[in-house]
Each structure stands twice: as C-alpha cells, then as structure tokens.
Design a protein around this ligand. Structure first.
Ligand code: F6R
Length: 609
C-alpha cells in the first residue's frame, strides 16, 4: 500500500530516497515524509498531498545526509494530514520510523503507553509502534535488539523501517507480512517496499522473508531471525525492465490487482474480527441505532453498484431488512421516497464519484443517516458520510475495478454480521460466518488457479459477437459484474440478466455466434440454471459454466467449465466466482489486442455528472 524507501552510504541519502519515492508514485499515496540524520538529531519533514509538496520543502535549502528513510502514505488510520504522515518519532525523538501495513493491537498498546505518560501527536497506529520501539531501546542494547523485542509486542501485518540518532549510519527494518526489498550496492545499502525504487541504484536485491529483521550499513546487510541469530543473505539479480517491475512482474495492473485479492481479503478483515471470533467494526453507529433502521438504500455506480446488489442479498436474507439498490444518477433525479428511519449506504472505491456524492448530499439535506463504504481515506464521500467503513483494499490503479469490488462485498458481509451480532438476529450463525470469512483468503488463492483453464476457454471463444452473463440469486449479481468487466476492457457486447429472464426476450438474440457464461455456484438452484443452459444450447449458443469443485450437474451439460472452491455459504462461493470472471475479461481483452489498464472512453475516477 504505502511506499517505503531507505538509503545508507556515501551519496546524498536525501536525494536518493526522494527519487526512490517518485519511482513508487504509481502505487498511489496521499502524503509523504522523510527522516534523515542531521548532526545531533533526526530531522523529519512531512507534507500532505502531492510528492512535489515535500519536494518543495526539501529544495528550499541545501541538505545532505548519509542515511535517510522516506515514505509515501496511503492512509489507513487517521486522515491524510501533515501530522499523520510518516515518519513518526518515539517519546524522546531518539528514533524515527516509517511503516506499511496495520498494527491491529494499537488500541491496547496506546492505552498502556498513555498510562505511562506518553504523548501522541497523530491518529496513526505507526506512532504507537514508534513509542514501543523507543521504550525497548531505552531498556538497553542496540537498535536491532530493540526492534526485535518490540515486534514481538505488535500484532498485525507490517513492514517497519527505523533510524536512531544514537546509531546514525544504520537502518533497521522488520518485516511481518508486508513486503520489503533490500538493495545491495557498492559501498551502500538501501531498501524499498517495491523493486522499481531500487533498480536505478542496484539490480542485486534480497526480498525479506517473513518475521526477519534487516540491519543495513554502508558496508553490509545483515539479516536476523526473531532470536537475533544471523540468517544467510541471498541476493537475486533482477533482469526486469522498470515498467514491468512497477507491476510486480505482471503484464498489467489489472492482472496484478486480480492476483492481490487473497491479500486484500486479509487486509479488509484485518482488525475487524477479535480474538473471540466476534466481528468488531469500529466507527459505525452505536448499537441502539440498528434497531431504529427500517430500510436500507444502497446508492452507487458501476462495479460499486454491483457490490451493493450483493449487500442487498445479505441484508434481506440474513437480517430480513428491506433493502433497495439504486444507481446514484437515478437516485438523485428520481425524487426518492425516504423513510426518516432509513439508512443510506454509499459505496465508492474512489470516494469522489460525482453522482454518488450528489446523492449523498441529497440524503443529508433530508436528514437521513448516511454510511460510506469507501476505499480512499480522506476522499469527499468518506468525509461527508456520518460514518464510513474503509475497504482497506490499497490503491487500485487499473481503470477496471477488481480488488475493490471484492473488498466492498466483504465489508457488506462484515456489516451484516455486525448488525446480526448486535441484534442477536435468530438463525444467523455469526461464528460459522466468521470461520468461513477467515478461510476466504485461502479459497481465493485456490480460485486464482483457474487462470489457465480460463485462458484456454478464451482461446476458443475469443471471436464471439455477443456474450451473455446469466445466473440466479447471488450468481445473477455476479453476472452483471462479469459482463461489465468484459465490455469495458474487451469491448465485446454483452447481455446480462437473471437466467430466468432469458425466455422473456433476450433468448431471441441467441444463435451459433454467441456465448453464454452461466454462474451456478448455488447447488440448491442448479436444476433451474440447467434448464436455462439447455435453452441457449438448443439455439446453437456455446455455454461456459462457472461452478464449484463439488458440482456434478453442470459438468454434464456445459460446453466449457471452470471450477472454483466451494464455501459453506453460497454467498461466498458466488463471490469467489468473480475471480474467473475477471480473468475471462482480462484474457479476452489480451487476445483481442485491447488496451487493458486504460480502456477507451473510461476514467478511473468519474468526477463529472
Ligand atoms: C468498473 C468501474 C466503474 C466504477 C464506478 C464507480 O470497472 O470501475 O464502474 O465502479 O465508476 O466508481 P467509484 O467506486 O470510484 O465510485
């Protein structure tokens, strides 16, 4: 998510780490900062907004240092302000740290530190980690000993990079689930969150392993395990060009983001399920409010609208809470009837979509409660809503939304379970849902292995003139999202609807030149889906089925089949089927020679009405 850079060596470290940050700009960020070793102290400079804001301050006077760390932040805790930007100091300003990831137990640690008289100047979890490390350093030993002891107290997924004024020519890094790459230069050492930042300086890199500590000096890099024992340093030589390195070796950002989904699932759940297996959603309405809500209106556009349809399934099936889903543009001009006890939920990756923002303002003017499900912290929708739940999916760069959709649906699931928990809704086994949510990342990892099968199918059907996307129940919502992906990046006309609607009109379009993608992840209604499959085949259409590994019915009738892992809950199996549908759009577009990350006529953030 965030960008990390660090350098120790004979050159001007300030210039190098700033250049490294610029090379990580494609990741997205909302603020940036740097710490470097001055004569007797650590100088920290940080600025909200563009990297050039930080650059302007750095250039305002002559500066030089032989070790520095720098960070571009994508906010997860606290708004994107100067104060919340990294680096952060410990209590005595002996050390400065930068951080990528989330410290899940920061609440508890903060309470303890406050009792001991610590002072905090930001709303970040990072500052808490800085104070924990500072305290450990005060107990003795060198910086790496202190970091090693401190990380044992931190829970979550994180990469931490630290400098100390007492050991000025050293950088220490700790990795726990968030990536960090070390670069070996000639009489210099460096590190970054991503390989592209290092490539202009060295092609010999070491990808840090989980739960290890790295100690960088200009002479050498050492890697230690949790007990302080030295581990072998095994560099690899990178041959990639810069552009493919930015995409982590993937050919397009879209493909990278599809592959990131198992990790995104973990991130979205992070800090939201407690050690007792209960859903813990900070920042939503107080418990008594849920009892007052008589209706939910979900308002959003495009992919976010499709995530809203999945939210409706859950709210109605699990909670029996009447829910409508509106396109933002229709809602605002449709003179909606709004119950004063209703809740309006606004779903948006960017948090800036003009129609969604206008619909939000309309609800606020009518004094309706508003809740955002948003990816970008500090965005307009996040700021305007009464309450906001962040999807924690990290920056999404490809115009076609993939990982943000999965995270949005997951937040709906967490919200529905939270309400069920508060209201003790009969029949909802929150514990079983939580178990299944915790398994979802692994299931998504398995679903990624459908890529080769999907690719083979694409090679067979790439010249199709029209693609139907069909399903029933939650699969019908997925059909809409699968179709949107295909049309937006492969420019293939699509016809999407619940499978049962086919014979009420769309069936007239079927002949030998069309394909139909049927989602059939729900075994309880597979017989009905199969009747629709036969209707298409009888008219010459080619049928592609997306079903689970346990299916024995679809395999008998479909022309081509993709299987995804089965979850105990049909809803989650349906959600997993988005992965092969995303691959389908991606590989069809690639085979047809389309521009993938920036499809024609479309923009990532739609800020015009
Ligand atoms: C499709 C896509 C768009 C967005 C829509 C809403 O892949 O990305 O349909 O989902 O423009 O954007 P946000 O979520 O930023 O409000």
């Amino acid at each position: 998510m965030c960008g990390i850079a660090g350098y120790v060596g004979p050159k001007n470290a300030i210039e190098i780490v700033f250049d490294q940050l610029k090379r990580l700009e494609y990741r997205g960020y909302d603020s940036a900062g740097i710490a470097y070793l001055a004569d007797d102290h650590i100088e920290v400079i940080k600025k909200a907004g563009k990297l050039s804001n930080l650059g302007d301050v750095l250039l305002s006077e002559q500066r030089s240092a032989h070790s520095a760390i720098a960070h571009s932040r994508w906010a997860t805790h606290g708004a994107p302000t100067d104060g919340n930007a990294h680096p952060h100091f410990d209590e005595h300003e002996d050390i400065a740290i930068i951080h990528n990831g989330i410290i899940e137990n920061y609440h508890e640690l903060r309470e303890d530190l406050l009792k001991q008289g610590h002072h905090f100047y930001s709303q970040t979890d990072t500052e808490i980690a800085a104070h924990v490390i500072g305290d450990e350093l005060g107990k003795g030993g060198n910086l790496e000993d202190a970091v090693r002891r401190a990380v044992k107290k931190l829970r979550g997924a994180f990469a931490l990079v630290i400098v100390s004024k007492k050991e000025p020519n050293k950088i220490v890094a700790a990795r726990n689930a968030s990536p960090l790459v070390l670069g070996i230069g000639c009489g210099e050492s460096m590190l970054a969150s991503d390989i592209p930042a290092l490539l202009p300086y060295t092609r010999d890199v070491v990808v840090m392993e989980e739960n290890t500590i790295a100690v960088l000096t200009e002479e050498k890099i050492e890697i230690l395990d949790g007990e302080g024992r030295q581990l072998p340093v095994q560099p690899q030589h990178i041959e990639w060009d810069l552009a493919s390195a930015e995409r982590g070796g993937f050919e397009h950002f879209m493909l990278k983001e599809i592959h990131e989904q198992p990790k995104v699932i973990t991130q979205t759940l992070s800090g939201r399920i407690d050690s007792k297996g209960k859903v813990r959603l900070d920042g939503v309405f107080s418990d008594h409010v849920w009892a007052e809500i008589d209706r939910v209106n979900i308002i959003s556009c495009g992919t976010a609208y499709h995530a809203g349809l999945m939210g409706k399934h859950l709210f109605e099936k699990l909670l029996r809470l009447p829910t409508d889903v509106y396109y933002s543009s229709e809602f605002r001009y449709g003179d909606p009837v709004l119950s004063p006890r209703s809740l309006a939920v606004f779903v948006s990756q960017s948090g800036e979509t003009a129609d969604t923002l206008a619909a939000l303002k309309l609800c606020k003017s009518r004094r309706i409660r508003t809740l955002g499900i948003v990816n970008v912290i500090g965005s307009s929708i996040a700021r305007e809503c009464d309450r906001t739940l962040f999807t924690q999916a990290g920056p999404e760069i490809s115009v076609a939304s993939t990982k943000a959709y999965t995270a949005q649906v997951l937040v709906f699931a967490l919200l529905a379970l939270h309400i069920a928990q508060v209201q003790e809704t009969p029949g909802v086994r929150v514990d079983e849902w939580v178990d299944e949510l915790l398994r979802l990342s692994d299931l998504a990892e398995d679903a990624l292995s459908t890529e080769e099968a999907v690719k083979a199918i694409c090679a067979k059907v790439k010249d199709t003139s029209l693609a139907f996307f069909l399903g029933r129940g939650a699969d019908a919502s997925l059909a809409l999202e699968g179709a949107l992906k295909l049309k937006e990046i492969a420019y293939i006309p699509t016809q999407e609807s619940p499978a049962g609607e086919m014979k009420h009109g769309p069936l007239a379009l079927v002949d030998e030149s069309v394909i139909a993608v049927f989602g059939a992840t729900d075994a309880s209604i597979v017989d009905k889906v199969i009747s629709n499959v036969r209707e298409v085949q009888a008219r010459g259409g080619t049928v592609i089925g997306v079903t689970t590994t346990e299916d024995r019915a679809m395999e008998q009738v479909t022309d081509l089949l993709v299987r995804i892992p089965k979850s105990k809950f049909e809803f989650l199996s349906a959600l997993l089927s988005i992965i092969p549908l995303q691959f389908f759009a991606y590989h069809m577009a690639k085979l047809r020679g389309c521009e993938i990350d920036q499809p024609r006529n479309l923009a990532k953030s739609v800020t015009v009405e």
